[in-house]
Design a protein around this ligand. Structure first.
Ligand code: ZN
Length: 220
């Protein structure tokens, strides 16, 4: 990808984030309205929101939604703002592998459960590794499609950190596909976005793929 195109995707990122912030500010419904909407959904499923077992459910669901969608309140650009330059000339791939995440698909609001692998080739600056995990969280805790989330993570790192290259791979299972619809448990969707050296240099890309495959024992 040439510099022009990377700049293009940076603009796209800034615009997307600004649009999301505008939408969020556009008269956010009150908590009471959200709970009433959940009562409506309960009635619509055929149950009675006033029976004892369901009495506290609208409130609990609203609170759960605050957690599931906490990412709308965080600024992904700010997370990567603080960098370190004293790296003794380190210029090899930095990889954070197997970052577990939970997200929700924007088509069914069903859970997406997966893991992300993020690598970049630093150009003098590095970020704290926990920041890469936070970046995944911020984008995961929104309504998503996996392809978009993959691109957003890569584009944000490229824009803010300006490394020589970024590689992001996400593997996830989508409950809208495993527990409903076509019912294909075990199917996983893999998406990747490669920028800079990872896109242009086959050896760098191969090194990334080899590094993420050498994960050894996986716990699931
Ligand atoms: Zn879906």
């Amino acid at each position: 990808m040439n510099r022009q195109k990377i700049l293009g995707s940076e603009l796209g990122l800034a615009e997307t984030l600004a649009a999301e912030r505008r939408a969020a500010r556009k008269r956010k419904p009150s908590r009471a309205e959200a709970e009433e909407a959940i009562r409506t959904l309960i009635r619509w499923t055929g149950d009675d929101p006033d029976r004892e077992g369901l009495a506290g459910t609208p409130e609990r669901v609203a609170r759960a939604y605050e957690e599931y969608f906490a990412g709308y309140h965080d600024d992904p650009v700010e997370i990567l703002q603080r960098t370190f330059e004293e790296v003794e000339g380190y210029d090899e791939i930095v990889l954070l592998r197997d970052i577990r995440f939970e997200s929700h698909c924007e088509h069914h609001m069903a859970p997406i459960l997966g893991r992300a692998h993020i690598a970049y080739l630093p150009d003098r600056r590095v970020v704290g590794i926990s920041k890469l995990a936070r970046l995944v969280e911020v984008y995961a805790k929104r309504l998503q499609i996996q392809e978009k989330m993959t691109a957003q993570i890569a584009n944000t790192i490229q824009e803010v950190l300006q490394p020589l290259g970024v590689a992001v791979m996400i593997e996830a299972s989508h409950q809208c596909m495993t527990t409903r619809g076509i019912h294909k448990p075990g199917a996983a969707l893999a998406t990747s976005r490669m920028l800079g050296a990872f896109r242009e240099n086959a050896a760098t890309r191969r090194e990334f793929l080899a590094m993420i495959r050498s994960s050894g024992n996986r716990d699931d």
